[in-house]
Write a new protein. Structure first.
Length: 236
């Protein structure tokens, strides 16, 4: 099954959840949502990795180094812009055509560059980047894989400051099985209720590499779907 161009779709309560394999393909779902609503969204992403590299950086960098290492910086910017100019948010085919050049940590700032997303909150376990745009939150090791209120409080995440959002979750964030505890996951529950769209990336390769206990990617996907449904139905 090609989940990237044909994502699995689930309806839980009044929420639409779309599941891709490789995280960069969530970008196409966000672009479709932008086309439908004709307005940019605020993105909240929960991931082991910080996925906020510049648009098409690796492809452009490799091309620049092959052409002239002494002009790497300027050529990288040039080649990035060449790809971006081929993209028309009103033309889905133009977006699909460049996806082979997008890596799985470049989708957020590509969406920012094209106006699909106008702000983002990146919750991750690796780095608290200091970028001129966006908000970055570093999860400490004791909270890895947690969606409990204590994790959100430890990173000083303020969900009450947000209105409507796209909620994005990468399954490689979860290194062990997790369970629904609505009374301890009120902040996550509020994010779900504010989400007008939910995207999930399976990221099977990274999930297998990072997991600490013996459970499968399919089990993890079902766990997050069960958690979403129970939190949405909870009164907390």
């Amino acid at each position: 099954m090609n989940r990237n161009l044909n994502p699995e779709t689930f309806k839980l309560a009044d929420k639409t959840i779309k599941v891709v394999e490789d995280h960069q393909y969530a970008f196409l779902i966000w672009a479709d949502w932008y086309q439908k609503k004709q307005e940019a969204s605020v993105l909240v992403s929960i991931d082991f990795h910080p996925d906020t590299n510049p648009p098409f950086w690796l492809t452009a960098y490799q091309k620049a180094m092959a052409k002239n290492p002494d002009q790497e910086e300027s050529l990288t910017r040039k080649f990035q812009q060449q790809i971006l100019t081929k993209m028309d948010v009103k033309n889905r085919q133009s977006l699909e055509a460049v996806m082979a050049s997008m890596r799985n940590d470049e989708q957020i700032n590509t969406a920012m560059k094209l106006g699909i997303v106008n702000d983002y909150h990146m919750i991750n376990c690796m780095e608290a980047h200091q970028y001129p745009t966006g908000h970055h939150y570093l999860v400490s090791q004791e909270h890895f894989g947690s969606l409990d209120d204590t994790m959100f409080e430890a990173i000083d995440f303020k969900e009450e400051a947000l209105a409507e959002i796209i909620l994005d979750i990468d399954l490689d964030y979860f290194s062990k099985p997790f369970f629904c505890r609505p009374d301890e996951q009120k902040i996550f529950g509020q994010l779900l209720k504010k989400a007008k769209l939910i995207t999930i990336a399976r990221s099977s390769k990274y999930f297998e590499y990072l997991k600490k206990e013996n459970f499968s990617i399919d089990e993890c996907q079902q766990m997050i779907l069960d958690l979403i449904e129970k939190c949405l139905m909870s009164k907390f």
